[in-house]
Each structure stands twice: as C-alpha cells, then as structure tokens.
Write a protein that binds this ligand. Structure first.
Ligand SMILES: [Zn+2]
Length: 197
C-alpha cells in the first residue's frame, strides 16, 4: 500500500492473506524480502522522491531484520537516483530519502478532473434541479423578464421534463412567468445558466 502525501510517502506492507501456523515467522520474513524488492522497483517506476517511510511487517528475529535491510539496500543500488536508507527505527520503520527529480508519475500523466473539480464527486441531477429552482426564484424577486430560460445538461433537462416537471410548473405559476428549458451540450451535469429573456 503506497500512500503519497505532500510531506512524505508511506508504504505499508501486509501479507495480503491469512498468515498462521508453524511457518508464521518465515512467511513474514519472505513477504518482507519480496516487499523490499517491489518497493525499490516502485520507487523507480513512480519516481517517488523526498521522504519515504516503509512499515515492514514486524519481525522479531534480528537476523531477519538484517537480511531484509540488506536486500532492500541491494535493490536500491539499481536506482540511478540518489537514495539513502536508515536502519529499523524503534517503531520498526525504515526511512528513506530519495532525491526528487522529474515530477512524480501521477502529476506527469494526470490533470485535475474538470467535471468534479477534483472532488471525486458531483452533485446529483436532482440537486442541480433544486438549485436551479431556487436560483430562478431568487432572480424572479429581483428582475422582471418575460421568460426565464434554463440552459442545462441533458440529464438535468430530462429530470425537469419528467419527475421534476410538477415542481417546475409550480414555480412558474408562483412567479407568473414561463420557465423554458434548453439542453446545453457544453454543460456538465453541475453547470447551468439561467437566461432572462
Ligand atoms: Zn472527476
């Protein structure tokens, strides 16, 4: 599990399954050895820089700890980027620093999502319908157009034509003005315009 924050990257190793029985210590040892190699590879692939904290699975045997560190150090020598490594801290963590070079992979290949503004979620079409109704009401108190034209995404317009048609009609009656709908293909679900005609 690699978790990247602005300040540091933390890497957590888990066995990914049931560990038990007589070979408990061996399984943990082998998992940590494999992880040491995998981590060194991932650091290169993702070009992770700065402080990296690795939380290996706790190993009681000192010889196992030493072997894992040695394996890790060996795997890190393949790295052309300067890397330095601590030994196990009292909490069982290994700290690395890796020189930051070109930007990390995620920021090279990705950009903020314009649809959700990088929140990862967008308001439902129904929420947008209600937002539009409130906005029309607000504007009807301030302005006196002949008609209000709502420009919105297909989904929002569809909802107004079907399930929300009564609310739209009620608002139209209340303000005494027609409210018309128009699909605006450039609008994402959250975007709309209210045009005063
Ligand atoms: Zn998004």
């Amino acid at each position: 599990m690699i978790d990247q924050t602005e300040a540091l990257t933390s890497i957590d190793i888990n066995t990914g399954g049931f560990v038990g029985g007589r070979n408990f210590h061996d399984t943990i040892f082998k998992t940590n050895l494999e992880a040491a190699q995998a981590i060194a590879r991932q650091l290169r692939l993702r070009n992770l820089g700065g402080i990296i904290v690795v939380d290996f699975i706790d190993m009681s045997e000192i010889s196992h700890q030493e072997s894992v560190l040695a394996e890790f150090a060996k795997a890190l020598t393949l790295d052309r980027t300067r890397t330095s490594m601590s030994s196990f801290s009292q909490l069982g963590l290994v700290e690395l620093t890796r020189k930051r070079t070109r930007e990390a992979l995620a920021s090279q290949l990705c950009e903020p999502c314009p649809t959700c503004d990088s929140r990862g979620q967008i308001l439902t079409a129904r929420s947008i319908c209600y937002e539009i109704l409130r906005e029309v009401l607000r504007e009807a108190k301030q302005f006196n157009p002949r008609e209000f034209r709502v420009l919105a995404s297909q989904t929002v317009v569809d909802l107004f034509l079907e399930e929300e048609s009564q609310h739209l009609a009620m608002l139209g009656d209340f303000i005494g003005k027609p409210i018309t709908l128009e699909v605006a293909n450039h609008c994402s679900q959250e975007q709309y315009d209210i045009v005063l005609m």
